[in-house]
Design a protein around this ligand. Structure first.
Ligand code: COA
Length: 180
């Protein structure tokens, strides 16, 4: 499996792996917000403790270099947490991305900035041929983020993913990818 940088920086962001101590800030910024988590595959966190447990699992993933590798994103030069981005390396040369940003940081191009960096990095890896992501078909902002990061829309994955906020039935998702 490729080994991504544990930390990285873009023009306006710095990124590092989450730690359980980050849970209060992440809870307040995005993980407890019903609007932010509406189209996500994970349920909104209702307490800081469950998020701290999740961040502990994230740390373990980094140690073992397996599963989803996640970063927290901060405004460069500050300790202001803005959101999170993650990658999962899948068999057959695929890197799948997911991201979330606190509402007050939307519409500044920050997610596209972080995704662009990681997509481009992943495709420099000899064993990665496809950088891809998907989003709920009713989430055009996320689809636009993918396009801004150079991913090309490939189609609609029908009944692909359950969004817990909408109930138990799988929903249609837009799939985008950049390949080499
Ligand atoms: C989706 C999300 C990550 C976008 O983050 P962001 O930092 O605001 O994204 P960017 O500023 O990089 O780009 C957003 C683009 O979507 C566009 N956009 C925003 N709302 C839109 C809408 N309702 N319809 C169409 N386009 C929309 C913006 O205009 C912008 O494109 P532009 O720069 O060409 O104008 C953020 O809204 C978020 O975290 N949402 C909740 C979690 C989520 O849905 N994550 C993705 C799961 S797949």
């Amino acid at each position: 499996m490729p080994c991504p940088p544990a930390t990285f920086a873009t023009a306006r962001l710095t990124a590092r792996p989450p730690h359980p101590d980050d849970a209060p800030a992440a809870f307040a910024t995005y993980a407890n917000d019903p609007e932010v988590t509406r189209y996500l595959t994970w349920k909104r966190h209702h307490d800081v403790e469950s998020l701290a447990v999740f961040f502990g699992q994230c740390s373990a993933n980094w140690e073992k270099k397996e599963g989803q590798l996640a970063w927290l994103l901060f405004l460069a030069g500050t300790s202001t947490l803005v959101g999170s981005i993650g990658v999962t390396f899948e068999p057959g040369g695929k890197a799948m991305f997911g991201y979330v940003l606190g509402k007050k940081f939307w519409h500044r191009g920050l997610t596209a900035e972080a995704l662009t960096f990681l997509v481009d990095w992943s495709l420099t890896q000899p064993e990665v041929f496809r950088a891809w992501a998907y989003c709920d078909a009713a989430n055009p902002a996320s689809a636009r983020v993918m396009e801004k990061a150079g991913l090309v829309r490939e189609g609609l994955l029908r009944r692909w993913q359950i969004c817990p906020a909408f109930g138990p039935d799988p929903r249609d998702c837009i799939v985008c990818a950049k390949v080499k």
